[in-house]
Design a protein around this ligand. Sequence first.
Ligand SMILES: [Fe+2]
Length: 248
Amino acid sequence: MKIAFISDIHSNLEAFRAVLVEIDKENVSLIVNLGDLVGYNASPRECVDLVKQRQMISILGNHDRAAIEPKFAEGFNILAYQALVWSSKSLAPKHKRFLEDLEHTKTLWDRYLLFHGAPGNPAAYLSFLFQTKRAFNYMRKKTPGVRIGFFGHTHHRAVWQRDVRGKVSRLEMSHDDLLLDPEQMYLINPGSVGQPRQRQWKASYLIFSNEPQTIQFRSVAYDLHSAQTKIRTAQLPEYLAERLAEGI
Ligand SMILES: [Fe+2]
């Protein structure tokens, strides 16, 4: 069985569609969207419609929450805030209702923990060792038996491992494929579909296979020019178009 994990689509319809074309070649049983479906880019309605249409499992991201809760958006940086105000105006009530119904943390089949930023808090980051140690401890206390967590929010691919002695480390990803050890715990970030920040512009996603458990990080080129043109036409900040090309 295969599951595709995607995150941080951020209203980039061109990147989202390109990823779905690739995922559809993989015969996956399920697609999981780890949050931040909207924000930054210029196709929020179309991205919400596509997630609904494809019947994915979706998690609430901090930008999703901010698009439906104006007070929450005020804590964002100015570029993100401007895009959120624009997104919020663009979304129809049906899109907002969809976002309102999303949960920030979810357990899938009692085996996988799904969340956007940190368990229980879509706005917190898992970027540093102390943050991931806290997340592993949350899993051990609150979801015993769940060994693997999937998250997004940083827009960076990452695999964190907790070994049987409790040592937590970030794995080097010299290869795109990784075999997971059934004795260990993992926190895995597929990177971002719609605004990758690893100094490469292609849309990032992940294929997880069961028995044996493996993960494969993938990326795919998309129509960057069209995504940028939509940002400019919507009169969103120019930097949001430029950063897509830089992967920052
Ligand atoms: Fe994000």
